[in-house]
Design a protein around this ligand. Structure first.
Ligand SMILES: [Zn+2]
Ligand SMILES: [Zn+2]
Length: 305
């Protein structure tokens, strides 16, 4: 599976029966990411069969407890499971101090290396980049310094047309064709015309994760047209004053952002414990943005090739 998101938890700050606080597992082309790590995240990871040892990068949006209090126990479990590989932690400043202090007073040394990458949540910054994708921060408006994350696949190579493969193509020719070039011989004679031998590349997908934020028009430009947007919707419209006061969003605000950014699909999450039936939040978003779903624990969202 090339691009898949699994919801591990989507509850707001207070405990709610049957709901875990925020955490998500994202896999893109065999890369494995954890996004936020609320209390109990490792329980959810084992429940939903997340390959925990393959996770090398953890992104923490901000240091409110419901987004990272599951991290320390998870780090200890990785240690007990004899992890050796480096683990990269991205967060606003302070997380390194918090974790180092806990390790210090438990007289523990992990048998793998933690590499901290503190970032400035107020600026758009590229945190991760390799040959296939990038991750950048999305500045958000919240009570505490907070950033979302934008995961974006780079443009993919053209695909070889399988019907034309048997014509003695050399590997170097295939590389050229996949890169969109025509292939010429040494005398400059056209050997293979690109359009005869290749098909368009598969689509590149993108995922914008916007954890805790008040109404925030500033991010619309940055997340324009993404394949999938997760936007918090802590409150219903009737509690809009609460949203203002706590710097959270309502379901219809989330849907309005999705609509104005022209995203393909919206997921609502970070639900307040006051709501027993989450369908009521969905019902407020749907008239404004049709392709909306609730980020229910255990749900997976696959972006097709
Ligand atoms: Zn929160
Ligand atoms: Zn928060």
């Amino acid at each position: 599976l090339a691009f898949r998101l699994t919801i591990l938890g989507s509850s707001g700050a207070l405990p709610a029966i049957g709901r875990f606080p925020t955490s998500q597992y994202l896999t893109i082309q065999n890369r494995h990411f954890l996004i936020d790590c609320g209390e109990g995240a490792q329980i959810q990871m084992s429940r939903f069969q997340v390959p925990v040892n393959k996770i090398d990068h953890i992104f923490i949006s901000h240091l409110h407890g419901d987004h990272y209090l599951g991290l320390m126990p998870f780090l200890f479990s990785l240690h007990l499971n004899k992890r050796k590989d480096d683990l990269h932690l991205y967060s606003p400043k302070g997380l390194d101090e918090i974790i180092t202090l806990q390790l210090k007073y438990s007289k523990s040394a992990l048998n793998y290396r933690l590499i901290f990458h503190p970032f400035n949540p107020e600026a758009i910054t590229t945190l991760f980049e390799d040959d296939a994708m990038t991750v950048e921060t999305i500045p958000l408006r919240h009570k505490l310094e907070c950033a979302g994350f934008l995961f974006r696949e780079k443009p993919k190579l053209r695909r070889m047309n399988k019907d034309r493969l048997s014509e003695g193509l050399k590997l170097q020719h295939i590389v050229q064709l996949k890169n969109g070039e025509d292939v010429f011989n040494d005398n400059g004679k056209l050997l293979y015309r690109n359009s005869d031998y290749t098909l368009p590349p598969r689509p590149s997908h993108s995922y914008a994760y916007c954890s805790d934020t008040a109404w925030n028009e500033n991010m619309i430009e940055q997340i324009k047209g993404v394949s999938l947007l997760y936007h918090e919707s802590t409150f219903m419209d009737a509690d809009e004053d609460k949203a203002l006061e706590t710097k959270h969003s309502t379901a219809s605000q989330a849907a309005t952002i999705a609509q104005r950014a022209g995203v393909k699909k919206l997921l609502l999450g970070h639900f307040s414990a006051r709501y027993k039936k989450l369908e009521m939040l969905l019902a407020e978003a749907l008239p404004l943005f049709h392709n909306t779903e609730l980020a229910i624990e255990g749900a997976s969202f696959t972006l097709e090739e």
